[in-house]
Design a binder for this molecule. Structure first.
Ligand SMILES: [Zn+2]
Length: 178
């Protein structure tokens, strides 16, 4: 199936798709930031190049455009009238790649949250992000539970002298958020 675009057009098109600062992604980032969540972008070593990486929650967030990532049943995912086969193949390739990435992440112990562009309209964004927040906290609790299970409580014999540390008004550094 021939590509209807010239190589130059294709390059422009693809670099646009790959660009990181797409508007829906910015909406998610802004919301998270305003609600005190800190994150990283384009973290190397995290498979699948997630849009937003929240290490503390061991969660990767993908903000997907409904058309390019083929949001099933979404009015925004409507194939153009011409070159239907081409677009269909293109979108299903993207979908397969997405699924592969999600799988690799989850095999590496990451939680994946997918947010769709259409869920970020002014009408929907609060509900969507509340759901994202719920998932983040759920993931964090999971991490904490697993860590507790791994670390047995230290055993202190009763006849052993307990270690005593005298500290006068020590200023503890605030724990880093992420
Ligand atoms: Zn959609």
């Amino acid at each position: 199936m021939p590509d209807p675009l010239t190589p130059e057009q294709r390059h422009r098109c693809m670099s646009h798709i790959r660009s990181r600062n797409t508007k829906p992604e910015l909406k998610v980032r802004r919301w998270l930031w305003q609600h005190g969540y800190r994150y990283r972008l384009n973290v190397s070593g995290v498979p699948g190049k997630p849009d937003i990486v929240m290490r503390r929650f061991r969660t990767a967030i993908f903000v997907n455009g409904c058309f390019w990532h083929g949001h099933e049943g979404c009015p925004k995912y409507r194939l153009p009238q011409t070159n239907v086969d081409f677009w269909q193949a293109k979108v299903s390739r993207n979908r397969e790649r997405d699924q592969r990435n999600y799988q690799i992440l989850s095999q590496n112990g990451w939680q994946v949250i997918v947010v769709w562009e259409c869920q970020l309209t002014p009408r929907n964004i609060e509900q969507t992000m509340a759901q994202v927040e719920w998932n983040l906290n759920h993931n964090l609790l999971d991490i904490i539970r697993r860590q507790r299970r791994r670390k047995p409580k230290p055993y202190i014999a009763f006849d052993a002298p307990l270690p005593i540390a005298a500290e006068d008004e020590t200023e503890y550094p605030k724990p880093a958020k992420q």
